[in-house]
Design a binder for this molecule. Structure first.
Ligand code: GCV
Length: 708
């Protein structure tokens, strides 16, 4: 494998140009600590480029004039208290001082009203008398405040405005890398990775690419991510050793991520006491096993004092777990949590547990039920530092699924909701598929009814949000340059789940596409919106219909194969026959899955009358002639959406061509190449799905189009 030239790596949403508005300022940085050092280094880099200047903790004597102050609230003020207004003509130094004092006073009033302080990561931005002020109680807040200023650009230095308080909705905003240390014979270096090799590991060793990992840390901090798990949840032999003899490899990564406020987590095997410790058992109730985890964890914290914790996939898809010892997942998770508790660490214990050796003839077993059946009865039994990590849907990151009922079923447990930024089932970074609209729908979903708490609330009160990363050593980070927007959007939605997906896309466009390349900035922005805003729904239109899911080629999961999983042990069926299609998950006649939801959704999903069209085939087996709320029949909907989806991809291709002179030629070429593949693949989906259902049903297309 050739090593990409590090200088050739795309800057993503942090090109130099994004720093211009900051780089021309005279900047005071106040405060101490590693993260304040990072803030200083970042603004110095920008000012070197654009001609501004930076002072760190200047004394009263040499107080410079400044038009940007980045200060910890506990840090000494820039100079003596400001003169009461109207005062004598101010020097620039006292202007800065006045601005800070004003911002601080406004902040105090605001926090008194809200009854909350800024916390460990919050910050305020204010502008007064020509000085922009970022204040934070803690260093991480200052770092996030700096990146907010980058986002604001020139608008951060416009007219005076009062203090704006920013606090993250989620305390933990985490990315899981499914990166293998050794190249796996089937899954490669990165499981479900579509952007080249790992940025952390290569061929069994740490990759040692300090520049790349540091650049990654900056990008993550700039969108708000604060935790990264550095290895695959399928923990193989070499990866298991990261916990013990190869801990130094993890510590090296922690050292690189720390300056950007990112804590390292590690996926561990539940069988570690056996495979690493030589014990005869990994039984969670065995005292020797508990001691082993306690001692091992003590060594981890001795080496990495701010280590985040463990991530565990247990009793799932062949990974070992507590079931081998007749124990349950609470026993298993609590074992690790007990070892981590003295150090403030957490265990993320995944709820992705199901029988992957199902008999397809058995219509009563329903994979969608599995996580709830395993975990809901355990509610209240997990220790405080256990976070049960639940995939957002009951199946497996399909293009459309209902929200997992587990999210509403465990009020006594801290839950994290897991998303998949890597596009395993959504086009594998060869297709444009902006996922923020999908995630936003999920985060706003209120399982107890419209007036109740949302998925975002459950995550915010519990363990936050987690996503599988889509990054690799590709020069554009994510293979498809437009897939960078998904990574950016995930971080931003963790910080504020109420942000609109289109507004987030605007942020990403403004940062990523440097203004000086924009012949017509509005054309660029408008065209990217036209291509990306609805791209998830476009993808949905030409793939599996009405929430039924899968229909992908088994193994690699790319491209259509309608019956590919139909007779396999994986539990992913659509049950199409000559009369109809879909999975009956009702209580009345099906698997009873609808009963896992609280009202009103237990009722809404139970009835074909009230079930939303887009989930109809997830919950019901219906005849092809069934009339949807849209007014179309199921079969005609299948034909229409598949033709429509392809037409939309054709339009994407045309629109992208218009941007040829507006974006970096290398970006343009890569996206052009990917769009060609997307179009080829979308046509294949259209033709296979339409031909399949035409042959099954014998029902012609109302518009007599070619069905093959
Ligand atoms: C890491 C799906 C993927 C697997 C992945 C698994 C998981 O089944 O296909 O590659 O394994 O999800 O989330 O653990």
């Amino acid at each position: 494998m050739s090593t990409p030239d590090p200088t050739d790596v795309h800057p993503a949403w942090l090109p130099d140009e994004a720093w211009r508005a900051i780089g021309v300022r005279r900047i005071l940085v106040r405060g101490e600590g590693t993260l304040v050092d990072t803030v200083q280094a970042e603004v110095e880099r920008a000012t070197h480029r654009y001609g501004g200047a930076v002072w760190r903790n200047p004394t009263d004597v040499d107080l410079p004039s400044a038009d940007l102050v980045l200060a910890l609230t506990g840090a000494p003020p820039p100079d003596s208290p400001p003169a009461p207004e109207p005062g004598p003509p101010e020097t620039s130094g006292t202007l800065a001082s006045t601005a800070v004092a004003t911002a601080k006073a406004q902040l105090d009033t605001a926090t008194a009203q809200v009854g909350e302080s800024l916390g460990a990561e919050g910050f305020v931005v204010a502008r007064h008398a020509g000085v922009t002020v970022v204040l934070a109680d803690a260093p991480a807040g200052l770092l996030y405040g700096l990146f907010e200023l980058v986002r604001l650009g020139a608008a951060g230095f416009g007219p005076t405005h009062p203090v704006r308080v920013h606090r993250p909705a989620m305390a933990r905003r985490m990315l899981d890398h499914w990166d293998n240390v050794d190249v796996h014979p089937v899954m490669g270096q990165v499981e479900r990775g579509y952007a080249g090799g790992s940025i952390f590991w290569r061929d069994g060793r740490p990759r040692g690419d300090v520049a790349r990992v540091t650049a990654y840390a900056r990008l993550l901090a700039a969108c708000g991510i604060n935790a990264v798990s550095v290895n695959n949840v399928n923990v193989h032999a070499t990866e298991a050793q990261l916990l013990t003899e190869r801990l130094d490899d993890v510590a090296e990564l922690a050292d690189l991520l720390r300056p950007y406020a990112i804590r390292v987590h590690l996926a561990v095997t539940f069988a570690a006491p056996v495979v690493l410790g030589g014990l005869p058992t990994a039984d969670p109730l065995d005292p020797a096993v508990r001691d082993w985890w306690a001692e091992t964890t003590a060594r981890v914290y001795a080496r990495i004092p701010d280590f985040g914790g463990y991530l565990v996939k247990a009793d799932s898809e062949g990974q070992p777990g507590p079931f081998s010892y007749g124990r349950d997942h609470a026993d298993g998770a609590n074992l690790l949590a007990e070892a981590l508790a003295p150090y403030g660490g957490v265990v993320h214990w995944r709820a992705f547990v199901y029988n992957h050796r199902q008999d397809w003839r058995d219509r009563s077993t329903d994979r969608a039920r599995a996580a709830y059946d395993h975990f809901a009865p355990l509610d209240g039994r997990f220790r405080d530092n256990v976070i049960v990590q639940v995939k957002h849907g009951p199946m497996d990151f399909q293009t459309r699924e209902p929200v997992s009922p587990v999210i509403a079923a465990m009020p006594g447990t801290r839950l994290a909701v897991e998303f998949q930024v890597t596009q395993e089932y959504t086009g594998q970074q060869r297709h444009v598929c902006y996922l923020a609209p999908w995630w936003s729908e999920i985060l706003r979903f209120a399982p107890w009814g419209d007036d109740g708490r949302t998925v975002a609330d459950v995550a915010a009160d519990g363990g936050g949000l987690v996503a599988v990363s889509n990054v690799g050593d590709d020069r554009f980070w994510t293979g498809h340059p437009l897939a960078q927007a998904n990574l950016y959007a995930f971080g931003r939605l963790c910080w504020n789940p109420r942000l609109g997906p289109q507004a987030v896309l605007d942020e990403w466009i403004d940062l990523t596409f440097a203004p000086d390349t924009r012949v017509d900035p509005d054309l660029l922005r408008r065209t990217l919106h036209e291509i990306m805003d609805d791209s998830w729904r476009t993808y949905e239109r030409y793939t599996a219909p009405l929430g039924v899911g899968f229909m992908v080629r088994p193994g690699h999961h790319y491209g259509p194969d309608v019956d590919g999983y139909e007779y396999t042990p994986w539990g992913t069926y659509h049950f199409a026959d000559r009369d109809g299609v879909g999975v009956d998950r009702t209580r009345a006649t099906g698997t009873g899955f609808t009963g896992q939801y609280p009202p009103p959704f237990a009722e809404r999903y139970e009835s074909v009358e009230t079930c939303p069209d887009e989930l109809l085939l997830f919950f019901h087996h219906v005849p092809y002639g069934h009339l949807l709320h849209s007014g179309s029949t199921v079969i005609q909907h299948i034909y229409d959406t598949h033709f429509e989806g392809v037409r939309e991809v054709e339009a994407m291709c045309r629109r992208w061509e218009w941007l040829a002179r507006l974006v970096d030629p290398a970006v343009h070429a890569r996206v052009t190449e990917r769009l060609a593949e997307q179009l080829r693949c979308a046509r294949e989906w259209r033709d296979q799905v339409n031909a399949y259902f035409h042959r099954k049903s014998g029902i012609p297309d109302a518009h007599s189009r070619m069905l093959h």
